[in-house]
Ligand binder design. Structure first.
Ligand SMILES: [Zn+2]
Length: 525
């Protein structure tokens, strides 16, 4: 028989003292049983209970877990059944482990078990073109490179051909009437009357530090199709394999998953120069919301940060450090910054604290089994709710400050927090300290009631990507993380400014592939 919450609420220490020893022992035994079971339940995860793996916190590494063991056993069984395994190919010994060390030299077992992409010895997929060629596009030089005379198209001799799959949109709003083109692009040379030979070749962006993926017109996938793939991956949250299936089934386009992956990374590289523009605009904002959520990169724990303003959503993936947020906002960010209680934000002077977090914690304490915690929770909750209403009311009228009206009430509450600073109840102590640590940031909104009370804006900006993380288990490489953060910054910023991101992204890719600068982002409409 469990001790219910109702029972626990009545078990104050002074009542217990009155119990005879025998009864006390019986109660102790019962409580010990309860405690052990509660602990075990708390320690349960997907590998020790029937909970789904998605219920595990993202920072918990792979648990040499039941699922993995099961797969391994099945693999071994398959080997016995149908030796030799086709996947291992002729070069691999039949007992070669299915597991391969990951590319950056981390031991296997850290992160996913299998290296992504084609496994050693597996059959490769070369370009499987199923589409007929739609047209031929000659890229003849128009002018002589030396004397600048106009060149006759008839003098053009093609020497390089390049097949490009591209998506074209019909007329009308949105992306209606999508069709796939499969064009042969011809590059070559023309001889001028002056004798000089002028040559054309596909454009190419010079090497840029940090990027291993190329950025050039030497690509099977055109800019618009690349943009479409980014949409399927990031907005529609499809895996590389699902994108492959979708393109094949609906557009008759076959691309390998590694080509799809390359397209996403290339798009990320293409938009990198826009990040500076976004950072500049964020730094000039009068109000920004910041938040962070955990992110995994091949088993490594990182954080996905967002800084959101009226016109920009800037995302970054990196460590949970003060340096990262300072790099984004600059040393002397002069606007208001709405955040949660995380301490790296304390360096910013005009900081706002999210009341929704505090309210939730107060509400939690209100339902505590400890009397002292219940009282503190009740009091904090009532105060926050009352002040929240006062702020909403003040917004209706002319600009005003509520600071004077509530000075005494706050002073009283501050004493109460001081009293609970070292409370024995952990969560009460934590909330009291949270109020004290961020005292100014929490109540500053009373002096400026037009400022926001919650960080919902930033939390909303992260929600879609939290679901993406759950589906994909994060990114696999540094380049993948960088590409993701850059792309979602551009996509979300376009959305915020009421522009369709996809044609713009295609335009940026097209220009950058030629080695040109990225067209600037449009201002909000
Ligand atoms: Zn010439």
């Amino acid at each position: 028989m469990y001790l219910s919450d109702f029972d626990l609420k009545q078990l104050e220490s002074r009542n217990l003292a009155k119990l005879p020893v025998a009864e006390k022992n019986r109660l102790l035994e019962k409580m010990l049983g309860d405690l052990i079971e509660a602990r075990e339940r708390l320690a349960a995860n997907s590998s020790t209970s029937s909970r789904p793996p998605s219920s595990d916190p993202p920072w918990s590494g792979p648990h040499g877990d039941a699922e993995a063991e099961e797969t391994a056993t099945q693999g071994a069984k398959a080997k016995e059944d149908e030796m030799p395994l086709a996947e291992n190919g002729p070069s691999a010994p039949p007992d070669a482990p299915a597991m391969v060390a990951c590319p950056d030299g981390k031991p296997p077992g850290v992160g996913p078990k299998k290296k992504p992409g084609r496994q050693p010895g597996a059959h490769g997929h070369s370009r499987m073109l199923t589409l007929p060629v739609t047209g031929t596009i000659p890229h003849a030089p128009t002018h002589c490179a030396v004397c600048d005379r106009a060149l006759d198209g008839d003098a053009f001799k093609a020497n390089t051909g390049l097949y490009v799959l591209e998506l074209v949109a019909g007329d009308g709003p949105g992306l209606r009437a999508l069709a796939v083109r499969h064009d042969k692009h011809l590059y070559g040379e023309s001889t001028c009357a002056c004798g000089h030979v002028t040559r054309t070749e596909p454009g190419r962006c010079p090497d840029e530090p940090m990027w291993k993926v190329g950025l050039s017109e030497w690509s099977l996938v055109g800019p618009f199709l690349t943009s479409f793939i980014v949409c399927l991956s990031l907005r529609m949250r499809l895996s590389r394999r699902n994108i492959q299936e979708f393109l094949q089934d609906w557009l008759g386009v076959y691309l390998s998953t590694s080509t799809i992956n390359r397209c996403i990374h290339e798009a990320g590289r293409a938009v990198e120069p826009l990040e500076g523009q976004l950072v500049d605009e964020v730094r000039q904002a009068s109000l920004a919301y910041a938040d962070e959520t955990s992110w995994k990169e091949w088993g490594k724990l990182l954080w996905l940060w967002v800084v959101s303003t009226a016109t920009v959503s800037l995302y970054l993936i990196g460590y949970r450090s003060a340096e990262l947020i300072t790099n984004a906002l600059g040393e002397d960010f002069a606007g208001w910054l709405m955040t949660d209680g995380y301490k790296v934000y304390r360096q910013f002077h005009k900081r706002l604290r999210c009341w929704a977090h505090l309210l939730r914690k107060a509400k939690g304490l209100r339902e505590s089994l400890t009397g002292e915690a219940r009282l503190f929770g009740e009091h904090s909750h009532a105060l926050l709710t009352e002040l929240m209403d006062a702020v909403y009311q003040a917004r209706e009228g002319p600009p005003t400050s509520l600071a004077g009206r509530y000075r005494d009430r706050l002073e009283e509450f501050r004493l109460m927090c001081e009293l609970h600073r070292d409370c024995r109840h952990e969560k009460t102590r934590a909330l009291a300290r949270e109020f004290l640590n961020d005292w100014e940031a929490v109540w500053i909104v009373l002096a400026h009631p037009y400022l926001p009370l919650t960080n919902n804006e930033a939390e909303r900006a992260l929600r879609h990507w939290v679901i993406l993380r759950r589906i994909t288990h994060g990114t696999r490489t540094e380049q993948g993380s960088r590409a993701l953060a850059l792309l979602i910054s551009v996509i979300e910023t376009c959305r915020k400014r009421k522009h369709l991101p996809w044609p713009y992204l295609a335009q940026v890719i097209a220009e950058r592939r030629k080695g040109n600068p990225a067209p600037a982002m449009l201002a909000a409409t």
